[in-house]
Each structure stands twice: as C-alpha cells, then as structure tokens.
Design a protein around this ligand. Structure first.
Ligand code: OXD
Ligand code: MN
Length: 592
C-alpha cells in the first residue's frame, strides 16, 4: 500500500520481532471492516446485537482483569529522568526498549498482525498527524476505525513523511507484564498485555495527549484534555469554548449540553466539536484555534440516559461497539446502570454471567450488571449536535478556556482569572475531591493540573512553562475561567442544578469575553455580580443562592495555598517562577 521506506522498515522489524503468521493492511473500506466484524463474531470477540434496533452495533466483554487505564503501569520513557518525572512513571529509554523487545519477542506467533494507518485530525490537514498502529487485536482495529480516520487515504496523505510508531499486542493479558510505554523522544508507543480501550487504542490518550503534548511543546502548540463546544446565540453567532475537567466531572455531558427551555425558546443552540481532546494552535489572526483530533466518542456508559445526555445516548444507536455493558437476552440489546429504571430480567452481565437486575452479593449489595467503566465507542457523525465545523481543517477559534473540578466548598460557581499567567496558575492548581462513590476517604483533594496529570508526556514543570510561553505567542488571548458545578450545602446536597443549566454560566463567561458585563474583583479573580447569572425559569434558585455559590472564604483559600505550595514542591525544581509569583500574590490578596 505504500513505498514509504520508514513504514516498510517498521513493519519488517516488527515482523521479525513478533513473528505473526500473516500481515493484513487496514485499507479503511467498509467491505474489509465488515469482513473483520464477521470474523470477530465468529471468534467470539464480538456479539452482534439486534440489527433492527441497533444497526451496526456489537458488544464486547473484556477479561475481568482488564477494564480500565492502568496509570501504575503507564510509563513515559526518556533518556533523562527529570524530563519525564516526577509525576509520571519513568523508565530510561534503552532499558524500557529492551524490556519491551523481550516481551514482544514471538508474541504474535499463530496470529495476524494488522497494520492500521490512522490520522489524528482531518486527513490531509496540515495540523493533523499520522500514526501507524501494528496490533494483533481485531477489537483494536474495529475500535480504531471508529475513533480515528483509518486506511488508504491516510497512507496516501502520509506519502514519504514521518509518523508515530505504535505497537500493540494483547499477548496473554497478564497484569504483571502489562506495560503502556511512551517514548516521546523516539515517536514511539508500545503497549502489551491489555486489550482495554485507553491502553490500546493508541491514537487516543497515548498519541493525542502524551506524545502530542511533547510534540506541541517542541513545535509551539498544545495538546490538551479538553472538550470543545460552540454556543450559538439567537443572532446566529457561534462562540467556542475549550474546557478541561478531571474524570467524573461531566465533560461529555457539557460537550453535548441541551440548553434549558428558556434558552431554547430564545434560539440558543449548542454544538459539540469534541468531548475529550483538543489540539490547539495560534492562528494567523493571533487567536487560538482548536481541533478535535478524534473521530469518535469513547464514552462511559453508566449514567448516560435521555435526561443526563440524550445526544450521547442517541450517538450510540448505530455503528457502535459497546464494551462491558449488560446484554439483554430478550431482545438482544444493551443496558447499563442509570440507563433507565427497568433493568432486563433475562440478561448477561459484563462478566458473562446470567443476570437479572435483582441480584445481591453475600453482603446484600446489588450486583452491578455493567462495569462502572463500561464504554461505548460511537462515531462522532452520529451525534445530533455535532458542529458543522467538526471537520474544519483549521478548527474553531477559542473565546474562552474553562477549567473546573469537583469542590464542595472552596471554588465558587465561576471566576475569571486576571490575565493569561494567572489563568495558567488557575489551571495548575486544578483539583477534585474524591466522592463517596469511590473507596477511601471522602473529600480528599487530588491535584490534577489542567486535567492532564495522567496525560502529560514530559515534566509537569516544563508543561507549565510551555503554557506560560504560549501566552506570549497569542496576540488575541482567550480569557481563562474556572467553574465548579459541585458546591454543596451544609447537608451535602449540590446547590447548582448543573447539566443544561450550566449554559447560564457559560453565557456569563462569553459576555465577559466580549466586555459586555461587569464583575467583582476578589482575591482569586473576577466573580460575577449575582444579578448577572440568569436564573429565569430555574426552580428554587434565587439571587441569594447565586450569592452563596459565589462566596469566597479567605481562610479556606489560605489553607488551599498550603496545599498548592506542597504540590508545587512535589513537582520539583522546574515549576516556573511565574507560578510561584502568582501564589505569593494570591496569599497577599487573601491576607489583605
Ligand atoms: C477517558 C479518560 O477515558 O479521561 O477519556 O479516562
Ligand atoms: Mn478523557
């Protein structure tokens, strides 16, 4: 399929190492993909679902030991430790290569090796990047064909250019020998002994965040863990926002938000460009422009329903691969906790056991049918609110960058940073509190700068420095904000309704970007005057509630500064002086 010597050499070397029986190029044609789906069904890798109700949809069950990203076994390898550590697991390049070459030796004997040429971003755009993933997993091929653009068009666009090498084998799924290895200095990713999406769909977290963040640092752009959404006002103008949140903060829901009734009636619309990853560059006009490099959604199924996120649910109605959800045997469809209140009575759970929605374990606790991290892999084109700019080669111009986390008390509903560097500081101190849903202490703060803690492909201090340096390159800087949908009252109930009503806060954010509304200056930044958050049509929320959501407790924030200081200390010497200066200013303001 190609004369590209580097591609041919990569395949030949891998063939020698892994010793597959056959090599199959993925050309991206529907005929080839359909044949692979049939083969996967034949081999028991996929279950074909009800084709009338869910055309083109399949179910897959992973091994029970292989259900999530494994941060503990994910490494950033570099020659010098300080270039990756201390937040990342680090291994020296040669040592890691030797380890991986040993593990991959002969691993594909008796198997087929698939060659997947894929493009992150629209094929042929000068901002897109190409990878080649070699894998022995048909599941990976079929998911990559949803999540990225694959096949002949990609290899044609590559010509004799460079690409990111990716090698994956599910091997024997042994946890002790599971490694997700990144070699940013060698443009290489190696993943072994897993077959779970985030570890093996190498275009996603591995390339589009870890490797791409490193490329972005060297080439002057940014790869961020951000959704991108467009808000269309009644005049038909669309403004775009990029937003970063740690997991379990509702990123996919925000990206596909349904406007509240009064906004809908006025003519507001929300358009989704992306729900997970943004590649961001400075445009010729001096603004930031963002693309979503992916072509599908790899969304968490539990909790997705017609109320929380109808657009996501509708995206899964065709050509979708479900992983680790419940199979309803009555009509061969799927179910998961939080889909509706009617679990199937005659079903198979994610582990492959009979299940009926009423089962309890020895302690009397309900046995879940779907794994809490069960997923759908759905094509972006299925999304009813997909932006018509989704394929735009240069992306969309960004008016505001929004950071957020889950904080019960400290962070107000929304605040605006004072300038770019202050905004970088706000991103760097992002954090979420653990919830009662997870094991361990409740309310423990996990720092997750820019929601990139597990995804920065190099030293976190250098990453902060890159953000600061980008500020100098952006003539028309977007404004930077922080939101917190999760403030609670004294009984621990959420005060803000969230979901579609978050548009009310985004409206204020955009008004600030256009200098249309005043704000109050506080120690941490600008907060809204309560009257400027539109509460029309909101039950039980008054201007006083908004006042309450916007209060800043200086004593609490002073305590917060101690946490920030110790986190910066953990990150080591490369945290830029500019951020320490921001911290000092914050302390001074709080003590005033
Ligand atoms: C994801 C994640 O799967 O952030 O998107 O873990
Ligand atoms: Mn993510």
């Amino acid at each position: 399929m190609t004369q590209n010597k580097k591609v041919l050499e990569f395949i030949e070397q891998t063939k020698q190492l892994c010793q597959p029986d056959n090599i199959v190029w993925i050309d991206g044609s529907e005929a080839q993909l359909e044949a692979l789906r049939a083969q996967a069904v034949e081999e028991g890798i996929l279950i074909k679902l009800n084709q009338e109700k869910l055309p083109g949809c399949y179910l897959h069950r992973t091994e029970v030991n292989d259900v999530a990203r494994v941060e503990g076994r994910t490494f950033i390898c570099s020659k010098n430790k300080d270039d990756s550590a201390p937040i990342n697991n680090w291994m020296e390049t040669t040592e890691a290569m030797n380890l991986m070459n040993g593990l991959f030796n002969g691993v594909m004997k008796g198997r087929t090796m698939y060659v997947i040429p894929y493009s992150m971003g629209a094929v042929g755009s000068k901002f897109s990047k190409i990878g080649i993933e070699l894998t022995d997993s048909v599941y990976v091929v079929l998911n990559m064909a949803i999540m990225t653009r694959v096949g002949k068009a990609v290899i044609d666009a590559l010509g004799d250019g460079d690409f990111i090498k990716g090698l994956h084998s599910y091997a024997d799924l042994c946890e002790e020998r599971r490694y997700i290895m990144h070699f940013p200095e060698e443009n290489t990713i190696m993943s072994i002994n897993s077959n779970y999406g985030g570890n093996v769909l190498l275009g996603k977290k591995c390339f589009a965040l870890r490797i791409a963040s490193f490329l972005g640092k060297n080439e002057g752009w940014m790869a961020e863990h951000m959704l991108i959404l467009g808000i269309e006002n009644p005049q038909g103008e669309i403004k775009y926002i990029a937003a970063a949140f740690p997991s379990a903060c509702g990123k996919t829901n925000l990206a596909m938000l349904i406007p509240p009734e009064i906004y809908k009636n006025k003519g507001y619309k929300v358009w989704c460009v992306g729900d997970d990853i943004a590649w961001i560059r400075v445009g010729e006009d001096g603004r930031l422009w963002a693309v979503n490099p992916e072509n599908g959604f790899f969304g968490v199924a539990p909790g997705t329903n017609m109320k929380s996120n109808p657009n996501a649910l509708l995206s899964t109605k065709n050509n979708t691969i479900f992983t680790n959800v419940v199979q309803n045997l009555d009509d061969n469809t799927v179910w998961w906790e939080g889909l509706d209140k009617n679990p199937p009575k005659n079903a198979i759970d994610w582990k492959g056991n009979p299940w009926n929605g009423d089962m309890k374990d020895a302690d009397g606790k309900a046995i879940k049918g779907a794994h809490p991290n069960s997923r759908f892999t759905a094509p972006t084109v299925n999304c009813p609110c997909l932006s018509d700019q989704f394929e735009a080669p240069n992306g969309v111009p960004i008016s505001a960058i929004v950071f957020g986390g889950r904080r019960a008390k400290t962070a107000p509903l929304v605040y605006q940073s004072k300038d770019w560097n202050n905004g970088v500081f706000v991103g760097s101190i992002m954090a979420s509190e653990t919830t009662a849903a997870a094991t361990g202490a409740v309310g423990v703060v996990r720092r997750d700068p820019m929601a990139m803690r597990p995804f920065v492909g190099y030293n976190m201090g250098d990453y902060f420095k890159h953000w600061i340096e980008m500020g100098d390159k952006i003539k028309n800087q977007p404004k930077i904000f922080n939101v917190n949908w999760f403030r609670t009252d004294d009984e621990g109930n959420f005060i803000w309704p969230g979901f579609g009503d978050n548009l009310r806060v985004l409206e204020w954010i955009l008004a600030r970007c256009e200098d249309k509304v005043d704000a109050k200056e506080t120690a941490i930044g600008y907060v809204p005057n309560a009257k400027d958050i539109n509460i029309e049509g909101l039950d039980g929320i008054t201007e006083e509630t908004i006042e309450d959501l916007l209060t800043i407790d200086n004593a609490q924030w002073l305590k917060e500064t101690e946490g920030i200081e110790s986190f910066y200390g953990e990150l080591g010497e490369r945290v830029p002086a500019e951020l320490y200066a921001q911290l000092e200013t914050l302390k001074k303001n709080l003590n005033k």
